[in-house]
Design a protein around this ligand. Structure first.
Ligand code: SF4
Length: 349
């Protein structure tokens, strides 16, 4: 399909997507099978065309506050799983408040409050709600919460305190693979928490991992699984083997690159937020992801001592994950941060 298209045909393909054309399963298989750089460039070209139609050269910036790295779960892919003997931290409410004070006027569109499923908060979820209140009072910005599978009542309370976005990644909709990744956790429980949040007026983010034993068919299942959720943000992230975890030595042979899937996501979800994460390759990686059709930069750290989701830069002295460096590089690319009002229009809040 796309391999043989000349520029005019690629433009027409992008226009068809904007007009509402839906890719069939076979279309998706064909796109997931692309391998050669020249054909992938054509895919990125169409994805950028669609992204630019809705968002122009404007990009959103998400501030990542990983406030607790404690977790009761044992996801096989995750550095923070409870079996891994690592140094952990939990910021106090006062520390989060101080961090927010320092973030005033920094240029973020949204603050992402993330934690592992930390028993300290799961035993008394009002502590988490209190944190949401503090961040809203200090910054007044949209808040994304990524607390794991929180109970419905806590999600409601957090919404009342001003949380706008609920991020909860299924990682895969291939149930067999899910059992290997999210060890001992309910597939439906995750799905239902996201659905409940959406019904209560949250925007929701779903996400999948690639490079973790997923082939084309498994990826197709996941793409369609995300579609069924009607998400507002869709993420794909490459699995990075983590020291001390069951998948530490895993090596993937598929050609299902994150960039290819980002571009396909843009064609499937033309108006959605699609992250360009700094987690795997920092700001250089952000450029590739934006060029594949992403439009929100995530895992920008407010403080270089905090963790990201994955950390290509763990232990490095210089961590190039601050908002100033991001904006500087966006300018080089001919892109710029969107006005806050534009982000709030996207959120519908
Ligand atoms: S992915 Fe989340 S829930 Fe799973 S172990 Fe890591 S922090 Fe815990």
């Amino acid at each position: 399909m796309i391999q043989k298209m000349a520029t005019e045909e690629l433009d027409r393909f992008g226009e068809k997507i904007i007009e509402g054309f839906k890719l069939s399963d076979d279309d998706l298989r064909a796109l997931l099978s692309l391998e050669f750089e020249e054909e992938l460039e054509k895919l990125y070209y169409v994805a950028r065309k669609v992204r630019n139609y809705y968002f122009g050269n404007r990009v959103f910036l998400n501030c990542f506050i990983y406030f607790s790295t404690y977790c009761k779960n044992q996801c096989s892919f995750c550095y923070y799983n409870c079996k891994n003997e690592i140094n952990r931290y939990r910021l106090t409410g006062e520390e989060v408040k101080e961090m927010c004070k320092a973030l005033k006027g920094a240029g973020f569109h949204m603050i992402d409050l993330t934690m592992g499923e930390d028993p300290y908060y799961y035993d008394d979820p009002d502590r988490f709600v209190e944190l949401v209140r503090t961040v809203k009072e200090e910054l007044g910005l949209p808040i994304m919460i990524s607390p794991g599978v929180m109970d419905d009542s806590t999600l409601l309370k957090a919404r009342e305190e001003g949380a706008n976005f609920f991020a909860l990644y299924q990682e895969t909709y291939d149930r067999e693979l899910y059992g290997k990744l999210r060890v001992g956790q309910s597939f439906e429980g995750r799905f239902n928490a996201r659905r409940f949040a959406k019904e209560q007026g949250y925007c929701i983010e779903d996400g999948i991992l690639t490079g973790v034993g997923n082939d084309i068919e498994s990826t197709l299942i996941s793409l369609k699984g995300m579609k069924a959720n009607n998400p507002d943000m869709v993420r794909v992230m490459t699995f990075l083997p983590q020291e001390g975890t069951p998948l530490e030595g895993f090596s993937d042979s598929s050609k299902l690159s994150e960039l290819k899937i980002i571009a396909i996501l843009r064609l499937m979800f033309p108006e959605c937020l699609i992250p360009a994460s700094l987690d795997l390759e920092g700001i250089d990686g952000m450029v590739h992801r934006l060029n594949a059709g992403a439009n929100i930069v995530t895992s920008i750290l407010p403080d270089s001592r905090l963790e990201g989701v994955a950390n290509y830069d763990r232990g490095m002295e210089e961590r190039d994950r601050d908002v100033t460096s991001v904006v500087k590089r966006l300018k080089v690319m001919g892109m710029e941060p969107a006005p806050q009002a534009e982000f709030e229009r996207v959120l519908g809040c």
